[in-house]
Structures are given as C-alpha cells and as structure tokens.
Design a protein around this ligand. Structure first.
Ligand code: PFF
Length: 455
C-alpha cells in the first residue's frame, strides 16, 4: 500500500538515496568552511574520528530503526520500543529538524543556482580574483535575487517530492554521483597546478593541535553528523523504504566512505585555490567556495576559455543537483510524517512545509545583507539555524538514537534487523554494539558538557 516502499525497487536504492542525501553542499561548501575556521588538518583528523566512531554507528542505527517499522519514523520508534507511546513522539524530531535545515540549506542551494546561471552566460570570464569576492558579496547581500533563487529551489524540491521521489532519486543519483565524482577528481588535479598548492596542502595535511579547543571538537562532531545526514532521523525515513535484503551495516560504511572522500577532495580543491588569491584567508567563512571556485576554473584554463566555460558550467550544474538530492531528503523526512499521520496528500504536505521554509529561509538570506546586524548570542540568523541543526539537534538526536537502540530495544530485535534475521554475518556487530551502548553516548555528552562549560 505504500507508494514509498514500492519505489525503492532495487537493493542499491537505499545506498544511492542515502549517498544522494549525504553528498551535497555539506561536502563542497560546509566542510571547507569548517576546516578553514577549525585550523586545517587537526580538524580533519578529529572529523574522521567522529565519522567512524559516531557517524557510521548512528547511520546504521537510523536505517535499522526505519526499516524495522517500514511505515514512518514515528511508527518505527513505536514498534521497535515494544509499543512505547513516548518514543513515538520521536516522529516529530525529523519534522522540526527537516524544516530548520531545509530553510537555510536552500539559501545556499539558491546561490549555486545563480552560479550555474553565471557559468551558463559565461559571467566568470575575464574577472580578477578580487572581483569574484566583490561580486559574491554584492549578490548574497542583495534583497531580491537570492530570495528568488531560494523560492525556485524550494518549489523544485517540493515538485520532485510531491511526485514521489524515490525513483527519481534512484535514477538521478545513479548518473549524477559518478559524474560529480569524476568532475571533482579532475578539479583536484587542476587545483594542484595553482601557485598556492604548497601552502594549501600544508594547511590541509599538517595538523596544528594548538588551535583545537572544545568548540573545534563540537564543530567537527557537528560536521560529521551534518555530512552524513544523521542525528535528525533523515536516514530513519529512508530506512523505512529499504528492502529487507539490504545489508545495512555494509551499505552505511560505503556511504560514509564516499561522503568522506568527496569532502576531503573538496578541501584539496579549495585550499590551494585560497592560497592562490591575494588577501583571501582560509577562515573566510561560508563565502569561500563561491569566491575560490570560479577563480580556479578561470586560472587553470586561462588559455582554453572553452574548457573554462564547459567545466564551470558542468560543475555548478552538478552542485545544484547534489544540493537537490540532499534538500529532497530534508523535505521527505518532514513530509512523510504529515502524509502518514494526517492522511495528507503529498502535494499538500510538501506545499505547506516549503511555505514555512520560504519564510524562515527569507530571514536567513536577509541575514547576509539588510538584517546582518540582527544577532542572537552573537550569531546571525543564518548561523543560528546552522548552529541549532548541526551543533544542537544532530548531537542530541544522535544521543537519543544510540540510547534507544542500545538500551531500549531488545538486543535480539536489533541483531535480527542488522543480520537480516541471521542470514548475513556481521563481524563488526559486537564493535557497533559497544559503540552505541557506551562510547557514542559518553562521547557526545562529554563534548556537550565541555562546550557548555560544565566540565
Ligand atoms: N548531508 C547533506 C550535505 O552534506 O549536504 C546535508 C543534509 C542532508 C543534512 C539531510 C541533514 C539532512 F537531514
């Protein structure tokens, strides 16, 4: 009876959809921003540690919870907990988190659309590096155009999700992922020919732990969760649509490997490029990618303008698509609850949610311009949303999810879910169990309390 279930037709469906959700602006835009602000290599090492110790186990847990219930997140928590009402309220977590994250993510997705447009009309040609910085500043602080792009992205996301996304995602991801990967690989090679390559690589590969403090650690943890789309039940939602013969542990490791590789490769593109531009610092923040990348294309292919044109167009189109497969998953996680719980039609649920996101997203967008002076606890509106999602909701959600599978769910139920009722061996199961039971909750709690100044 479920349109969702029937559409994840292949075993590959869930891995592709999860990879589509994971690989996105978090890798190409947020990761370099965080690495730049977190001091480079030391941040990356801590990030990889969190990816392995927290990100992957939480991903496995989310997929297992989702697949166990099959219907929706709320139902999954309910049945897996042995029919506990309070756990069913976890169904609201993806609704709130999905709306918050989509609201500000769509702003940046909108920026990529403008850059794809600029690439298409050859708008990057013949400009100096400083001009890219000035252009970006003017565009992002403008009142109207970023909001128009935001609306466009939200409508596009809503239309795809309203049509029933899984076949779309499955097919799009199958084509898009390898092309994006190839494109990024070529760009790494290109970036290595830039004059800033040595300083960029030093920044990325030589850890300086003196720059690490408790907030760097919280940021690295937040980035690991954000990049894998875990902690807010996004993957629980996709888990609901997964087939019973999928090897959830193996697939989670595949998704995390692809995701980390894309993130590190993005760093290898961005930082040599940063050091090739006079006056640009690696800690420049969210604008970094939008200033350095157009410059890489133009500098590397200075003698071959056709290639500069073709490459930047291809790259930005792919970036828009990567952003879309992530934003689709954000909308899907909120919409699926409305559809099931209130028997709403898909278009209605999607329409309502994106309307709310449009209002919140407009505030986020304006915080780069006319509303830049509005701050809460020292954070602008956009940064506040990002903080709330990556550094509050994701770690808290991850803590609850680990606590749930380790302490609430019967061990046999979990083992059966992960071994497909004993039909596939899971040699890493004991390690996974140890992590979700002790390591992950203690780790998350400690980092949290330290950041709050309690420890
Ligand atoms: N993982 C996505 C990215 O790296 O771009 C962002 C994301 C998707 C975060 C879905 C959260 C989420 F639920």
């Amino acid at each position: 009876m479920t349109e969702e279930k029937s559409t994840f037709g292949s075993r590959l469906g869930v891995i592709l959809a999860a990879a589509g959700s994971a690989v996105g602006l978090g890798n190409v835009w947020r990761f370099p921003t965080e690495v730049g602000q977190g001091g480079g290599a030391a941040f990356i090492l801590i990030y990889i540690f969190f990816m392995l110790v927290l990100g992957v186990p939480v991903m496995i847990s989310e997929l297992a919870i989702g697949r166990h219930g099959q219907k929706n997140v709320s139902h999954s928590f309910f049945t897996m907990s042995g029919n506990s009402r309070p756990w069913a309220y976890m169904g609201w977590y993806p609704v709130i988190a999905g709306i918050l994250v989509l609201s500000y993510y769509a702003v940046v997705a909108g920026w990529t659309l403008e850059y794809a447009y600029q690439a298409a009309i050859n708008g990057f040609a013949g400009k100096s590096a400083q001009q890219y910085a000035a252009d970006f500043g003017a565009f992002s602080s403008d009142v109207f155009s970023p909001i128009l792009y935001l609306a466009f992205i939200l409508v596009l996301t809503a239309v795809i999700v309203a049509m029933g996304v899984q076949k779309g995602i499955e097919r799009a991801a199958k084509v898009m992922m390898p092309v994006l990967f190839l494109c990024i690989a070529v760009l790494v090679v290109c970036s290595f020919s830039l004059p800033g390559v040595e300083r960029g690589l030093t920044f990325l590969l030589k850890p300086d732990f003196s720059k690490v403090d408790s907030s760097t650690v919280l940021s690295a943890m937040g980035q690991a969760f954000f990049s894998l789309s875990v902690g807010i039940c996004c993957l629980c939602t996709y888990g609901c649509y997964a087939r019973k013969d999928v090897n959830l542990m193996k697939d989670s490791i595949h998704v995390a490997s692809i995701d980390t590789l894309v993130a590190v490769m993005s760093g290898l593109i961005i930082f040599p490029a940063v050091y090739s531009i006079d006056g640009l610092e690696p800690n420049a923040g969210p604008s970094l990618v939008f200033i350095t990348l157009p410059n890489v294309f133009q500098q590397v292919f200075a003698d071959m303008p056709v290639l500069a044109y073709g490459f930047s167009l291809l790259f930005y189109i792919l970036l828009v698509m990567a952003a879309l497969t992530s934003s689709i998953s954000m909308l899907e996680m909120s919409a699926s609850i409305f559809i099931r719980k209130f028997n709403m039609s898909r278009p209605l649920a999607c329409g309502m949610i994106v309307l709310v996101c449009m209002v919140l997203g407009t505030a986020c967008s304006l915080s780069f311009g006319v509303w830049q002076d509005i701050t809460v606890c020292g954070l602008g509106i956009f940064d506040l949303f990002d903080f709330a999602v990556a550094k509050l909701l994701m770690p808290i959600g991850a803590f609850l999810i680990c606590g749930f599978v380790a302490w609430r769910v019967e061990e046999k139920t979990l083992r059966n879910e992960l071994t497909n009722n004993g039909t596939i061996p899971q040699p890493f199961y004991p390690i996974y169990r140890l992590i979700v039971k002790y390591v992950a909750p203690i780790c998350i709690l400690t980092i949290f309390l330290r950041e709050l100044g309690v420890m």
